[in-house]
Design a protein around this ligand. Structure first.
Ligand code: ADP
Ligand code: MG
Length: 325
């Protein structure tokens, strides 16, 4: 990467990135920060602006406003230096059904002016190997399953060594088997050190594949961070049974939790409190219990439930996410 500078620890960075179509903003001032080495899930319902953003990142469409850096290079100004390091799968790739997988890749490779013809066969073999299609190299693409076609599309993106892979809904339209194939491929690519930016409208999928997530809603990036951070930012519900209600309420409120007496249980050994709030990940259940005990609260029952990531996303985007897939 001699032409692209300086080395940054972000593979993708945008500032105020916007794209308007007539009067509507499909992408509305987003600040993305995709760490190198992450598998970044770009999550949002259909129509939330994922594909438009990806097209902007790759220089396939021009932004209305904002700045983009990909692998440290400003886009689209340094596009020619950046793109050879970026593999992408945006629209379903167009393969010739009457040619084999290997023959299709050889054709696509020959269209790449930077690719030496003498090493073509080896490059194609290696790309097929990486996506687990070596056994089907000579088979006509017509006979490929959807999952195999999608993996061939990823093999195309991998014909050259890549630092970053950008995949737009790579499991869309795949059956469960194809979906599993693509997910495990994404994980194995990431394990090899490639940064992967992958969009999806399926929360469960992002939870299974990704280390980081950015959530889109109506063109806006409404949250981003590690999966862990997003979970921790959600609401927790604490159930406490104690005879020392007043002291308990004081301690919990100090920790940022609002308490209510639970109607359910008023036993001879105390009363139950239900407390909710966003204590953050630095307040672990054991820390809450320790704080209660330190103030003389006799803890006779205790439990914590964290809001699921799904509840968190529903509250962020105002819609349900498919949990299937
Ligand atoms: N070329 C275009 N012209 C006009 N509107 C568009 C165009 N491309 C996308 N849009 C609109 O932008 C919004 C975001 O679309 P898109 O980026 O495809 O969302 P996603 O990939 O999250 O489903 C949608 O409302 C869509 O209709
Ligand atoms: Mg899309």
């Amino acid at each position: 990467m001699t032409e692209v500078s300086p080395p940054a620890d972000l593979a993708i960075e945008t500032r105020g990135l916007s794209k308007r179509f007539r009067h509507r903003a499909a992408v509305d001032g987003i600040d993305l920060a995709v760490p190198r080495g992450s598998v970044f899930g770009f999550l949002g319902p259909n129509g939330s602006g994922k594909t438009t953003t990806i097209r902007l990142l790759l220089g396939l469409a021009a932004a209305t406003n904002g700045h983009i850096r990909v692998l440290g290079g400003e886009m689209p100004r340094q596009l020619a230096a950046v793109l050879p390091h970026v593999g992408s799968l945006v629209e379903g790739p167009a393969f010739y059904p009457f040619l084999s997988g290997a023959a299709n890749l050889r054709r696509l490779d020959s269209a790449d002016l930077h690719a030496s013809p003498s090493t073509r066969a080896a490059r194609v073999d290696e790309a097929l190997e990486r996506v687990g299609l070596s056994h089907a190299a000579g088979k006509k693409v017509r006979a490929y399953s959807l999952g195999m076609k999608q993996r061939l599309g990823i093999a195309h993106a991998l014909l050259r060594p890549r630092e970053l892979l950008v995949l737009d809904e790579p499991t869309n339209g795949l059956d469960p088997q194809g979906t599993r194939e693509v997910r495990s491929l994404v994980r194995s690519l990431a394990a090899g050190g490639t940064t992967v930016f992958v969009s999806s409208h399926l929360l469960a999928e992002v939870e299974q594949m990704c280390t980081h997530v950015g959530v889109m809603s109506v063109g806006k990036l409404v949250a981003q961070g590690t999966l862990h951070e997003l979970r921790a930012a959600g609401t927790a519900t604490i159930r406490l049974h104690t005879p020392d209600i007043e002291a308990a309420v004081r301690v919990l409120s100090r920790l940022g939790l609002q308490s209510e007496l639970s109607a359910a249980s008023h036993g001879s050994d105390g009363q139950s409190l239900v407390s909710t709030g966003s204590p953050g990940h630095d307040v672990a259940p054991e820390a809450i219990v320790a704080a209660l005990v330190a103030d003389g609260v006799r803890v006779r029952g205790f439990g914590v439930e964290n809001a699921s990531l799904e509840e968190r996303f529903v509250s962020l985007t105002g819609e349900g996410f498919d949990i299937a897939g």
